[in-house]
Write a protein of this length. Structure first.
Ligand SMILES: [Zn+2]
Ligand SMILES: [Zn+2]
Length: 357
């Protein structure tokens, strides 16, 4: 399948073309943007970042300095809280979470009593160590090492997809995102149900396929290529601040066809490097993969993609999803175009030779 040109109606589609479109007029105005993946709206109030901030200031995020930490429960050879010892693994290592949120042996059971509904959710939770080195991050690892992580994500997904409908690969990085340990690691939660956001993206992508005979996200790639929201791209992948981004520097990494692993390792290092260069600190984020559910059927409407949700608005101020976000809808403080501009500039600072494309 090739990337089809996107729809050319509505807001601008090419770099430079937007000056003549309604988007330019919206830049200084509070406005709402539509998220076609989640079928929801986000409020954009770009001028709001000028307000004086007297709230919480975050301490600078700094990474660990030592390659091995004798007290770390993820380092090779160390004993975990559950009592088991890690092997002296050379690169990556997977184990079932000692304090898993899902368990495979949960017995099927459903409750339905008027408005009260519940069902048992059998599943499993695994921890994936990305490296034996305690002090590395994906951005600081070699392409070969990141490729090993990509292979691990793919192998684990295939294995768990044989038993579970939804396989959620993700990484929480940094204390701010609740990472309990600085050792580079991610998680996989696999479950029987299709979770809330996965179900929404399933419905929106299927509806687009039925209506137009094309992929929602590949159409979106066609509409964004060469445009003001693209942060980075290569032959197989596009990294873009989505038009409807909720978090300040949120990005969407979309596989063109077919998704290839080596080029994924390359663009991951660049994208995460751009994040680290943005404020000159080890950037916290939650990221994760959305891939087709395992239902024993063709899932042509699904397009592989990853979401990156970093919380920082500036070096020491984080975005809180509170008040209006919890009660009405998501709101953001700078436009997706401004965020992409800054991320591209950060990428150029990080890799000046490569970024001159
Ligand atoms: Zn460690
Ligand atoms: Zn998604």
């Amino acid at each position: 399948m090739t990337t089809k040109p996107g729809r050319r109606s509505g807001l601008g589609t090419r770099r430079g073309a937007e000056a003549a479109t309604p988007l330019a007029a919206l830049a200084g105005e509070p406005h709402r943007r539509y998220n076609p993946l989640l079928d929801e709206w986000v409020l954009v109030s770009a001028e709001r970042t000028r307000r004086p901030w007297q709230g919480r200031q975050e301490p600078p995020a700094s990474g660990p300095v030592q390659a091995y930490d004798p007290t770390c429960y993820l380092c090779p050879g160390n004993r975990r809280a559950g009592g088991e010892a890690n092997p002296d693994y050379p690169s990556t290592f997977v184990f079932t979470n000692d304090f898993a949120a899902l368990r495979p042996d949960s017995q099927p059971f459903a409750l339905e009593d008027g408005l009260l509904r519940a069902e048992v959710e059998p599943g499993t939770c695994r921890v994936l160590c990305f490296s034996r080195r305690h002090d590395l991050t994906l951005a600081a690892m070699t392409e070969e090492d990141v490729r090993a992580v990509v292979d691990l994500w793919a192998d684990q997904t295939a294995e768990l997809g044989a038993s579970y409908q939804w396989v959620q690969v993700f990484e929480n990085r940094g204390e701010m995102m609740g990472a309990s340990n600085p050792h580079p690691h991610g998680q996989i939660w696999a479950g029987t149900a299709l979770p809330h956001d996965a179900g929404r993206e399933d419905r929106t992508q299927l509806a687009h396929r039925v209506d137009r005979g094309s992929s929602l996200l590949l159409d979106y790639v066609g509409q964004e290529v060469g445009g003001p929201r693209v942060v980075d791209e290569n032959e197989d992948w596009l990294a873009v601040v989505p038009f409807w981004a909720a978090w300040p520097y949120e990005t969407l990494l979309i596989a063109r066809e077919p998704p290839r692993r080596q080029s994924l390792a390359r663009i991951l290092i660049r994208l995460l490097g751009a994040y680290d260069a943005l404020f000159g600190l080890s950037f916290p984020y939650s990221m994760g993969w959305h891939q087709a559910p395992f239902r024993g059927q063709a899932e042509e409407h699904w397009q592989l993609h990853a979401h990156f949700f970093p919380p920082l608005l500036s070096a020491n101020v984080r975005k809180f999803m509170v008040g209006y976000e919890l009660l009405a809808e998501t709101q953001r403080d700078l436009t997706a175009e401004q965020a992409a501009d800054r991320l591209r500039a950060a990428l150029a600072r990080r890799v000046p030779s490569e970024a001159a494309r």
